[in-house]
Each structure stands twice: as structure tokens, then as C-alpha cells.
Write a protein that binds this ligand. Structure first.
Ligand code: C5P
Length: 402
């Protein structure tokens, strides 16, 4: 997908700058054209000669190419690019991008660019975690820039934490996937529920579950990548959305998720119910923290929550498609088929806790898709690839309806 794509690679003053060589190699191998724009601090970490040898192009870093006034046009550069990738991006560059402080060639190019922008932060863990950095990253997200989250591991400082630039092959994959996007779902609205729900016991405690939201978020990104307008209703999770086509609605309890789903589904073409919704909630919520008493036992009275899936299945229109999930520990096929009927799903995605690497918190999943025609089994894959399989199925299910 990167063949013929013109990519500006912005390099800033981080030790991870040496990894930019691998990014260049990978991009060029896939047929892309790479123009490096480097900040003055970036040049302290890697020499322009190395970079120009790899890209077969002069490296740009100054506003003026020569003292006679020949200047490097950041406007032309910005318009030339199909994508701008800033890797590594320091806290300083991220701050300047967020606030439009155009004091070097890279930031002026960034501000002039019309192409999608990808930012791969690289810094020490405390700098990354600092509210100033996080606020600036949120500002970049609000501009529609794609943040390629750093990984966790040993940092140049020998401290261990989150801040190391994502590996070059993964950065290249993000770009590749971006250019692979299609318009199959363009004009379609998809509502997705994701994550766990928290059911309050008292002001400090709740009943929850281990759902991380990763599968639902991967589905939201995949639908958005195919052109859909996505409403992602999510319980409490530690995840951020990347694509600008996703509207996020944060909820906490099953009841809040029910209200949000009821409000958004009638307007949607499809609903994907990926959330791990509590089936029961405390019948009453104590208004003060429940104290430890002398008794050995404490009984909580629970009341059934609304089944969001069944309620949407009951109001589903003929043209709408509803997809459910089933996480089973036993009798999986039979239970999943029962839910398909009871909740009026068009198809159901079955994942079993018996499969290694599948289910809660993992980055991988192993699924089967069951519809009224039968069952298809898939191999263990990343949640991004699993999302692609599920959305392929959604597209096929929606097609005859339109
Ligand atoms: O019956 P079970 O909870 O296993 O069904 C799972 C499916 O139903 C999932 O798609 C889940 O998101 C959905 N569900 C729901 N509301 C509930 C319980 C489950 O939407 N209260």
C-alpha cells in the first residue's frame, strides 16, 4: 500500500533517532519515497549524510538552503507529502506542534501539511507521563493526528517504563494500514459497545470485570478506516481512540450503557455489542462506605440489569445489522446459538476462555463466527486482524440490505 507514496519523515532530538534509519529502509523497501526533515537537535543524534544516503535525497533542516537566500519551501513540502511521519517525536516537538510554535523547518512543514500526520513519541517515562505531554498529545489527537503509542520497556536512561518509540516495523505497519483503508462503509453509521461496566456497591467499591476494551476499540478503528461514522460507547478503559471518524461516549454502569445504546442504535446501520456488560448490579447503592462489621458474612442483593443486546434486537429494523459476542467457558456452540436467536443477532462472535491467547486483556484473540447458515473458525490472530475478519463479515451481511 505504500508503493509510490511520498512520505516526509521528521526526525527530532531523541536517541531513538537511530531507529529512523530502519524506518527509512522499511518504507523504501515497500516502494515509498522518503524526504527527511530533521530538527537541529536531531542532527546531534544522527548525521544528515547517513539519512541522505538512505533516502537518495538531500536532508532538509534549515529554512535557507544557501546564504544567497535560496529557501526551502515548507509550503511546497507540506503539499508534496501523502503522509507526514514524525519519528521519533520528542516532548519539545510535540509541544511545539500542539501550540503552533514554528521555530524550525519541521514545525513549519507540519503546519503547512494537508496530508495525514503520524507521531511516534519517544522520551523518558516521566516526561511521557507528565500532564503537559499528555495534554499536548490530546491536542494533537483533536487535530486528527495519529499518535503511535510508545512501548513499555527499558529506556535509554536505563529506567523501565512507557516511552520507548514504537518499533520501526510497527510504525510502517500503521502507515501501511492507513493507506489500505477503503470506502466500503462510507456513509454508514456503526454503533459499538466496548469494555467492562462498573456497578456501584458504595461510593468506593464496584462490581466489574476484566474486559480491557481492546477488541471493541480495534473494531471501532477498523470500521472508521473503512469510512464508517462510528459511535463507540465504552465502559471504563485505559485506551484512546486514534481515528478522527470515531465519536466516543464514555459510560460507567450497565444502565448508562443501555441509555446510550438506546439513544444511538435507531440512527445506526449496524450495532456491534462487544462490551462485557454486568448481568447483575447491587439492588441498592450504599450512600456511605460499607464498614467492616463483626459478622463473618455480608450479603449483597443483586438485581438483573437490562440486556442491552436483547433490547436492541427487539427494536432492530430490517435494514439494520446487529452483531453480538459470546465469551463461553462451556457448551460454547449451543450457548452461542441460543444467544443468536434470543437477542436477534445477525451473527455472533464466539471466543472461548479455553483458548490460550484469547479473550480478556490479551492482544490476540481466536474467534468463530456463527450465523444462521453455520460456523466459521479463525486462527489465533492480533485483535486488529480479528477486527478485519469481523468487519469483512459485517460488510457482507450489510450488502444485500442496501
Ligand atoms: O448473555 P451474554 O451476556 O453472554 O451475551 C453476550 C452478548 O450480549 C454480548 O454481545 C454483550 O455485549 C451483550 N450484552 C448486552 N447487555 C447485557 C449483557 C450482555 O448487550 N446486559
Amino acid at each position: 500500500m505504500l508503493k509510490g507514496k511520498k512520505i516526509i519523515l521528521g526526525i527530532t532530538g531523541s536517541i531513538a533517532a537511530y531507529k529512523a534509519c530502519y524506518i527509512i529502509r522499511g518504507l523504501i523497501k515497500q516502494g515509498a519515497e522518503v524526504q527527511v526533515v530533521i530538527t537541529p537537535a536531531g542532527k546531534e543524534f544522527i548525521t544528515p549524510i547517513t539519512l541522505s544516503a538512505l533516502t537518495s535525497k538531500p536532508v532538509i533542516s534549515e529554512f535557507f538552503a544557501q546564504r544567497d537566500g535560496t529557501w526551502n519551501s515548507h509550503v511546497d513540502l507540506g503539499l508534496w507529502a501523502d503522509a507526514v511521519l514524525i519519528a521519533p517525536a520528542t516532548a519539545s516537538t510535540i509541544g511545539k506542534m500542539a501550540n503552533g510554535i514554528a521555530d524550525n523547518m519541521l514545525i513549519t512543514t507540519y503546519l503547512s501539511a494537508k496530508a495525514p500526520v503520524f507521531v511516534a513519541p519517544a522520551m523518558d517515562l516521566d516526561m511521557f507521563a507528565h500532564p503537559a505531554t499528555q495534554k499536548n498529545l490530546d491536542i494533537l489527537r483533536s487535530y486528527g493526528n495519529h499518535i503511535i503509542e510508545p512501548g513499555t520497556g527499558e529506556l535509554a536512561s536505563h529506567l523501565v517504563g512507557k516511552g520507548r518509540m514504537e518499533e520501526p516495523e510497527n510504525i510502517i505497519r500503521v502507515l501501511d494500514e492507513f493507506f489500505a483503508s477503503s470506502d466500503e462503509l462510507s456513509g454508514k453509521k456503526v454503533m459499538i459497545t466496548a469494555g467492562p461496566t462498573y456497578e456501584k456497591i458504595d461510593p468506593v467499591r464496584f462490581i466489574g470485570n476484566y474486559s480491557s476494551g481492546k477488541m471493541g476499540f480495534a473494531l471501532a478503528e477498523e470500521c472508521a478506516r473503512r469510512g464508517a461514522q462510528v459511535t463507540l460507547i465504552t465502559g471504563p478503559v485505559q485506551l484512546k481512540t486514534q481515528h478522527s471518524g470515531i465519536i466516543r461516549v464514555d459510560v460507567e454502569s450497565a444502565e448508562e450503557m443501555y441509555e446510550a445504546a438506546q439513544a444511538h442504535f435507531p440512527d445506526a446501520d449496524a450495532g456491534i455489542l462487544c462490551a462485557a456488560v454486568a448481568d447483575y448490579r447491587p439492588a441498592t447503592v450504599a450512600d456511605k462506605k460499607i464498614k467492616r462489621e463483626k459478622e463473618e458474612e455480608l450479603t449483597l442483593h443483586l438485581r438483573a440489569t437490562q440486556d442491552i443486546a436483547a433490547s436492541l434486537g427487539a427494536i432492530k429494523r430490517k435494514q439494520q445489522c446487529l452483531v453480538g459476542f459470546a465469551l463461553e467457558t462451556n457448551n460454547e456452540q449451543q450457548n452461542a446459538e441460543g444467544k443468536l436467536e434470543r437477542k436477534n443477532f445477525d451473527f455472533i462472535v464466539l471466543n472461548s476462555l479455553n483458548d490460550a491467547g484469547a479473550g480478556f486483556r490479551h492482544d490476540t484473540n481466536k474467534i468463530s463466527i456463527i450465523d444462521r447458515k453455520g460456523r466459521t473458525d479463525y486462527s489465533l490472530k492480533s485483535k486488529t486482524e480479528v477486527a478485519q475478519d469481523i468487519i469483512d463479515c459485517l460488510v457482507a451481511t450489510l450488502s444485500p440490505n442496501f
